[in-house]
Design a protein around this ligand. Structure first.
Ligand SMILES: Cc1ncc(COP(=O)(O)O)c(C=O)c1O
Length: 433
């Protein structure tokens, strides 16, 4: 071995050997390894199942409109890479004048019927940056218990006071606002774990009656809902009353970015006020070029939305007929809630062994013991594939003990007729008779 290779080997060796971590961190890491010790999980890891093959049905991607391989979008991105490379690597705070990113902001804002908008590096950055720059420790921030974690994180970075309200429960929100006073209300238009839709009109009423600011995360409705995918707020004619809409563009827009609609003056304030805009580098030119082409495709190809909704409606109806409790999903997000993590792992294995791949959601993405497999439906699922999903879900019911899942029991309880009230305890009925 030459002196140089000895030096190299020594160097590599040194690089690979870490000094022991301090105890306070080791304790946390150990807790993870103890929790996920494969011995406890029948030899596996709940987040790591089989690798899907070419013939398997994948329901793991949020590319709802099936455009991730759209040639027009890929060509726009490839052209941009060849012409502009990776552009200027800098944070968005330095952007000004006439540039493709700000032109796209104007286009997206117009598409969403908004006065202005700001592109962010991700939906996470849009949400954390927005809440951090509109809330503070003196403002109550009302948030649906199932709202996305990035919104909760925004509340933390604003050092604001989170006032949670029960999922999709406007009456509970109303009570909370009456008690704590005007503040910021945060909801998702469609909830990412169960696919439930927010009662936006009622939320708007509460916000208007109490002088609140309303923030709606449209990550799972932008591109998929509204006449040409403008989102649920536009579809319901509520743009005037929703102060800020945010969206991840990594769902139906199949890219890597986030967007916020806002008043024009706010868009400038945000660039100089929100930490992700100031302290993290902005999008690359090919992200922007791809999203620009995507917007054209999404506005033009209405057939994709129609097929998505038809596919989702058919799948929901078929699974409900089999006895699955879909937890009020009314969208392209359809989840099977096995409950305890061990049951979800069993469900995942049963589905995967028959070639059906969904995404595992568990705490902290769901409440503990309410883990589930999420199916993200897409526009290009074929009839055969949809039938195959339903057949598999029918055949595995016993194997996964679906009848005894907590969600199935809840459904049975809810559909059981209310017990008859003894006549003596209902005097007004007796009188009426
Ligand atoms: C409702 C919602 N908001 C925000 C985000 C974050 O988006 P991104 O993945 O672009 O950071 C997600 C993605 O998981 C989401 O589901």
């Amino acid at each position: 071995m030459s002196a140089f290779s000895t030096h190299l080997a020594l160097h590599n060796n040194l690089q690979r050997t870490h000094r022991p971590l301090p105890e306070f961190l080791n304790t946390r890491i150990n807790a993870y390894f103890e929790e996920y010790d494969p011995k406890k999980w029948g030899g596996g890891h709940i987040m790591r199942g089989r690798t899907p093959g070419v013939d398997d049905v994948r329901l793991t991607s949020n590319d709802y409109l099936s455009i991730a391989q759209h040639p027009e979008i890929l060509q726009a991105m490839a052209k941009s890479i060849l012409n502009d490379g990776n552009g200027l690597l800098m944070s968005g705070v330095f952007l000004h004048g006439n540039n493709p990113q700000m032109n796209l902001e104007r286009k997206l804002a117009e598409y969403m019927h908004a006065e202005a908008g700001v592109l962010c590096q991700s939906g996470w950055c849009a949400n954390t940056g927005l809440i951090q720059s509109i809330a503070n420790k003196n403002i109550p921030v009302y948030i649906d218990m199932l709202a996305h974690t990035s919104l909760w994180e925004g509340i933390q970075s604003a050092s604001a006071n989170a006032v949670p309200f029960m999922h999709n429960d406007p009456e509970h929100l109303r009570k909370q606002v009456k008690h704590h006073g005007a503040g910021v209300i945060i909801v998702d238009s469609i909830y990412s774990t169960m696919g439930s839709i927010c009662p936006l009109t009622e939320i708007v009423d509460i916000s208007e009656e109490n002088g609140c600011i309303l923030v709606v995360d449209e990550s799972h409705s932008l591109g998929t809902h509204g006449p040409h995918g403008e989102g649920l707020v536009v579809a319901l004619g509520l743009t005037e009353y929703v102060h800020f809409r945010t969206a991840s563009l990594a769902k139906a827009f199949a890219g890597r970015a986030g967007f916020i609609t806002c008043p024009k003056r706010f868009s400038e304030y945000f660039r100089y006020e929100s930490n992700p805009a100031i302290f993290s580098s902005t999008l690359l030119p090919h992200d922007v070029a791809g999203l620009d082409a995507t917007l054209t495709v999404i506005q033009r190809e209405d057939w994709r939305r129609k097929r998505l909704h038809a596919n989702a409606a058919w799948l929901r109806a078929s699974l409900e007929e089999l006895g699955y409790n879909l937890n009020s999903s009314e969208s392209q997000i359809v989840s099977l809630e096995a409950g305890p993590e061990q049951s979800t792992m069993k469900l995942r294995d049963a589905l995967e062994s028959h070639g059906i791949f969904g995404s595992v959601f568990m705490a902290p993405a769901t409440p503990k013991n309410r883990s589930l497999i999420r199916f993200s439906v897409n526009a290009l699922l074929t009839e055969n594939e949809l039938e195959r999903i339903v057949e598999v879900c029918r055949d595995i019911r016993e194997e996964v003990d679906m009848q005894n899942w907590p969600s199935t029991r809840r459904l049975r309880r809810a559909s059981r007729p209310a017990p008859a009230v003894p006549p003596a305890s209902q005097p007004e009925l007796a009188l009426a008779a």
